[in-house]
Design a protein around this ligand. Structure first.
Ligand SMILES: C[S@@+](CC[C@H](N)C(=O)[O-])C[C@H]1O[C@@H](n2cnc3c(N)ncnc32)[C@H](O)[C@@H]1O
Length: 162
């Protein structure tokens, strides 16, 4: 069994962001901008029935980052954290995961809200978002502490722990 995997994009994100500095991050960050997921013609058949879902998981590649660090200092906090306890772009397999709202579909273009990736970002996969975890059971780890320390606990539903 192979332990390396090669993947090719199913499409590319079209977003308003040309530079990472334009994407809000850290405590209180809100991702409300719209963008398009432009699916490659040979993958379009896979979009059948997608219109019925309000939200989607988008799996994508941090294609403009080099290297990774297992311990880093997130913008959300002033303390070092393990990469797998954060959403840092500097991670071993460079995988990004974003939940977006599906606004509409136009052919091979999905108009979505809530993008946080750069324009031209390669998309590896899309899946329907179906949350099954009751909010009361969710533990937010160090992010909850960071929010409390920063006095931004009220914004917690927007903070994804960069
Ligand atoms: C903190 S990450 C979170 C992304 C995703 N929601 C996740 O959890 O995997 C978002 C940041 O990644 C960076 N970024 C976005 N698109 C990128 C790309 N294509 N290559 C490298 N970095 C990117 C930007 O700095 C952006 O603010």
């Amino acid at each position: 069994m192979s332990t390396t995997f090669s993947m090719t994009p199913i499409g590319f994100a079209r977003t308003p962001f040309k530079d990472t500095s334009e994407i809000s991050k850290g405590i209180g960050a809100k991702h409300t901008r719209e963008g398009e997921l432009e699916i490659l013609p040979e993958m379009v058949a896979g979009l059948q029935d997608i219109e019925g879902f309000s939200h989607l998981y988008v799996l994508w590649v941090f294609d403009r980052v080099d290297g990774y660090e297992l311990i880093g200092r997130p913008p959300t906090d002033d303390r070092p954290r393990g990469v797998f306890a954060t959403r840092s772009p500097r991670r071993p397999n460079r995988l990004g995961l974003t939940v977006v709202r599906l606004m509409s579909r136009r052919g091979r273009q999905l108009l979505v809200r809530g993008v946080d990736m750069l324009d031209g970002t390669p998309i590896l996969d899309i899946k329907p978002y179906l949350s099954s975890v009751p909010p009361a059971e969710l533990k937010r780890g160090w992010i909850a502490d960071a929010e409390t320390r920063s006095g931004r606990g009220e914004d917690r539903e927007w903070t994804d722990g960069d």
